[in-house]
Design a protein. Structure first.
Length: 329
């Protein structure tokens, strides 16, 4: 990795460093000491409603600008936080944005989708397709843009490339300044770039990933990105990765995630999301119950954002509405 390659130019549009805050009431509620649990507020990254994708986009958009791009093209699920933040980054940089989303038009315009439109992105619906077909739909969109004289840059799924993961190596270094004694960082794993980046400065013994069901082989996905970033082989079996929080699949709400997001909101006034951070907190609670995370050591929960997704998730909204209705009127 050469530091003077054009792709190493970073477009800065976030707010750094993000805060590290204590969560004493939640810590006690889940079996840790009051001073043991801290939250890294990467939900407060500044741009477009915030979240972890901002750090990755600073690098991938930096490369796009260096390549003379006039448009950004990326892919995702209908409630993709990455797609929303790509739309925001494009707005900030004055680039057109086309989001190629899996699914059919018209099902919903809530949550992230509403913000995609607000940021002025164009949405192309790819239908009910697998990852490969979604990628080729994005290629096709890029080809059409080239035909019209535009210069499109393809931003990878979830913003997770070796280049994008550099943003999370930077986050890991921020954490080592804010909390040099940290024992464990707990992080949701989607497309893998966030965990892979953290591994670079922190090492596999200090990063606990919680798989959310977005990819089929999370250990391989993370290890490949981590290997590319560090230049040395990262063996998938050395990673700490919990696979027990997926439930009925990526887009579904698990009971454990709903319980974790309710507990976190009521103990600390912090909003998690049903897909990623709710699962990650549920994974941390399970890790404490099993003795993998223990009191007396500093545990950091990486809050990777996702609040807009909560407002686009029907099952979560139904559960919240039911909780508002008094059971004994
Ligand atoms: C995308 C996302 C993640 C997962 O990050 P990856 O780098 O894709 O693994 C976690 N939390 C939220 C809120 C996200 O949007």
């Amino acid at each position: 990795m050469t530091s003077d390659s054009p792709t190493s130019q970073r477009a800065v549009f976030g707010t750094w460093p993000t805060p590290l805050e204590p969560m004493p009431r939640l810590a006690r509620a889940i079996g840790l000491g009051a001073g043991d649990l801290w939250v890294k507020r990467d939900d407060l990254t500044g741009l477009g409603g915030g979240g972890n994708k901002v750090r990755k986009l600073e690098w991938t958009c930096g490369a796009a600008l260096a390549d003379g791009a006039t448009a950004l093209v990326t892919t995702g699920a209908p409630q993709s936080n990455h797609a929303r933040l790509t739309a925001a980054a494009g707005a900030r940089l004055g680039l057109d944005v086309v989001l190629v989303l899996a699914g059919e038009p018209g099902s919903s315009t809530s949550g992230n989708l509403a913000l995609d439109g607000l940021f002025g992105a164009t949405v192309v619906w790819a239908g009910d397709v697998d990852d490969k077909a979604l990628d080729s739909a994005a290629e096709q969109v890029a080809e059409e843009l080239r035909g019209r004289g535009a210069v499109p840059a393809l931003i990878p799924f979830g913003g997770s490339s070796v280049l994008g993961a550099r943003g999370y190596a930077e986050c890991g270094r921020e954490l080592l300044v804010q909390a040099p004694d940290l024992a464990t960082v707990v992080v949701a794993v989607g497309s893998g770039g966030t965990m892979a980046g953290l591994l670079d400065p922190l090492g596999s013994a200090r990063v606990l990933g919680v798989h959310c069901g977005a990819v089929t082989d999370p250990a391989r996905t993370v290890s490949e990105l981590a290997s590319g970033l560090s230049g040395t082989h990262c063996a998938p079996e050395t990673l700490s990765l919990r696979l027990d929080q997926v439930g009925d699949g990526y887009a579904t709400l698990t009971e454990a995630a709903m319980a974790a997001l309710t507990l976190t909101a009521r103990a600390e006034g912090i909003v998690l999301d049903p897909i990623y951070t709710g699962r990650a907190m549920a994974g941390l609670i399970a890790a404490i119950e099993e003795g993998d995370v223990v009191p007396g050591q500093r545990t950091i929960f990486l809050h990777s954002g996702g609040m807009p997704g909560l407002f686009g998730h029907a099952a979560t909204l139904a559960a919240l509405e039911a909780a508002l209705t008094p059971s004994n009127p």
